[in-house]
Design a protein around this ligand. Structure first.
Ligand code: BGC
Length: 439
C-alpha cells in the first residue's frame, strides 16, 4: 500500500475520532484494534411478501451444512419470511467480501451479510455502510448474554453493529499420524516451538510426503499469522496491529524468514486450492500437516489429530463470525427476523455443534455442546486471546489486502521478505486497533 493511502486512511480515522476499542474482559491478553458468485435465486414470495437475502460464504461442504442449521431454525421460527440464498463460495469470505463491496458500491445491498468482528466490522462502520443494532440488542437482551470481549468485537464506540453467531480459533496444527509414523516420527509428539516442527517437516520431506499442505493466498496469510504469533508471542504479535511492536525489528525479520522457509515445504499446486482441498491432502495421507482454524475438524477425522500451532499453546487466535445489516437493506424486517433467530441460545448451540466452534453467547449451557465446541468454549474463556490477521479481525481491510498481495508475490518469487515486513509495518493503526485485555 502506498504511504499516501495509509496516511489518508489514518487521517480519516483520526478525523472521525475512531477510538481505541475497549478491552476484552473475559480472560487473557487480547489486543484488538473487522466462487463463483451465486446470484440469489428468486424464490416465490411469501404470503406476507416478506423475505431476507443473506450473504454468506458458508456456501459449500461442511460449512454449508452448518449454515443449513441456521436456515432450518430460521424457517421454523419465521415461516412467513422467505429465505433468499445470497451465498458466495470461497473460504474465509475470500470472494464474498469483494462481491459485498461491489454490491454496496452499486446500492444493491443484501438484507444482511456475514462479517468478521473487530477491524473488518469497524471498517464498515467507518464507511457508514452498516446500521446500528442498539434497539435489537435491547429487545433481545443481548448485551447481558455476550461476554464483554465478544460484545466489544461487534461494537464501535459502545454501539453494537452486528450479531455474533460463533467464535473460532485459528492457531491449530493438523497432523496425519499415519504419515508421521511413515516418516519415522513420534505421532504423539507435540511441537513446542517452530524449530522442533521444522525438524519434523524435514523428516517428512525425506520420507517422500508433502510436509505441509497449503492452499491459496488467504491460507498463506493464515500460516504467516501463526508463525508471527509463535515467534513473537501474543503480546508482540498483537502489538503489530496497534503499532506497539516494531514490524521492522529483527524478531519480525526472523519470523518472516521462517514463513518464507515454510513455503518451501508446501505443495506446489497450493494457489489452486482452497482450505478444504489442502485439508484433504492431509486426510488422504498425501501430506503430513496443515495449519488451519478449528472449522477444519468438520472435515478431518482420525488418524488426523490437532494441537495448538507450535509455540502457541494457551493462546486463542480469535475469529468471530457475525451478521450485520447494511444501510439501505431492502427488507429490514426480514433482516431483523434473521438476526433474532441466529442470536438465540438454542440456535447458537446447534450451530456451534455443526460448525465446530464456540457459541458467541456466553450463556449457552455446556451440556448443549458437543466435545469440540465445549473445548473451544473453555479455551476462549481461559486462553490468551489475540485477533486473527487473515480473518479480518486485526487490521483494516486495505492493510490486509496489501499484506495478502505481498504474501502472494513472496510465494511466487516476485517480492522479498523485507517487502513483506514493510507491508506489516504499514498495517498498524493505533486509533482503530483493538486494545489489550487480561482475565
Ligand atoms: C470464518 C469461518 C470459516 C472459515 C473458512 C473464517 O474466516 O470465520 O467461519 O469456516 O473462514 O471459510
Amino acid at each position: 500500500m502506498d504511504r499516501g493511502r495509509v496516511t489518508r486512511r489514518r487521517a480519516r480515522l483520526a478525523a472521525r475520532g475512531v477510538p481505541r476499542r475497549a478491552a476484552w474482559a473475559l480472560a487473557g491478553l487480547v489486543v484488538w484494534s473487522l466462487a463463483a458468485c451465486t446470484a440469489p435465486a428468486t424464490p416465490a414470495p411469501s404470503a406476507t411478501g416478506q423475505q431476507v437475502e443473506v450473504l454468506t460464504w458458508w456456501a459449500s461442504g461442511a460449512e454449508k451444512l452448518a449454515m443449513d442449521v441456521l436456515v432450518q431454525q430460521f424457517r421454523a421460527a419465521h415461516p412467513d419470511v422467505t429465505y433468499v440464498d445470497g451465498s458466495v463460495v470461497g473460504g474465509a469470505g475470500s470472494v464474498a467480501k469483494d462481491v459485498l463491496g461491489s454490491r454496496l458500491a452499486n446500492h444493491d445491498p443484501p438484507d444482511t451479510f456475514q462479517v468478521h468482528g473487530g477491524a473488518e466490522l469497524a471498517a464498515h462502520v467507518e464507511a457508514g455502510q452498516v446500521q446500528p443494532l442498539t434497539d435489537l440488542y435491547d429487545r433481545l437482551g443481548l448485551t447481558d448474554v455476550l461476554s464483554p470481549a465478544v460484545l466489544d468485537l461487534v461494537s464501535v464506540d459502545g454501539v453494537p453493529y452486528a450479531v455474533p453467531v460463533d467464535v473460532h480459533r485459528a492457531n491449530l496444527l493438523w497432523a496425519n499420524t499415519a504419515v508421521l509414523v511413515a516418516a519415522g516420527l513420534d505421532p504423539t509428539a507435540r511441537y513446542d516451538s517452530l524449530d522442533s516442527w521444522l525438524d519434523a517437516l524435514s523428516a517428512v520431506r525425506a520420507s517422500g510426503h508433502v510436509p505441509l499442505a497449503l492452499g491459496s493466498t488467504w491460507t498463506q496469510v493464515h500460516l504467516l499469522e501463526a508463525v508471527l504469533l509463535s515467534r513473537l508471542g501474543p503480546q508482540a504479535y498483537a502489538g503489530l496491529w496497534d503499532g506497539t511492536t516494531d514490524a521492522t525489528s529483527p524478531a519480525v525479520a526472523t519470523a518472516v524468514g521462517d514463513f518464507a522457509r515454510l513455503l518451501g515445504y508446501t505443495n506446489p499446486d497450493r494457489d489452486s486450492l482452497d482450505w478444504q482441498d489442502a485439508a484433504t491432502l492431509v486426510a488422504n495421507g498425501d501430506a503430513a500437516f496443515t495449519v488451519m482454524g478449528d472449522w477444519a475438524q468438520q472435515v478431518l477425522d482420525p488418524p488426523v489429530v490437532w494441537a495448538p500451532f507450535p509455540g502457541t499453546e494457551g493462546v486463542d487466535d480469535v475469529v468471530l463470525d457475525a451478521f450485520a445489516v447494511p444501510v439501505g437493506a431492502p427488507h429490514p424486517d426480514g433482516a431483523e427476523a434473521w438476526l433474532t433467530t441466529i442470536a438465540g441460545a438454542e440456535t447458537q448451540a446447534a450451530f456451534a455443534n455443526a460448525k465446530g466452534a464456540a457459541p458467541a453467547r456466553a450463556d449457552v449451557p455446556m451440556t448443549a455442546l458437543d466435545t469440540y465446541p465445549r473445548t473451544a468454549f473453555l479455551a476462549l474463556r481461559s486462553g490468551v486471546r489475540v485477533p486473527s490477521l487473515a480473518h479480518g479481525m486485526a487490521a483494516p481491510p486495505d492493510a490486509l489486502t496489501e499484506i495478502t498481495d505481498v504474501v502472494a508475490r513472496l510465494a511466487n518469487g516476485t517480492a522479498s521478505t523485507s517487502q513483506l515486513q514493510a507491508a506489516l509495518a504499514e498495517a498498524a493503526t493505533p486509533a482503530a486497533t483493538p486494545a489489550a485485555s487480561t482475565p
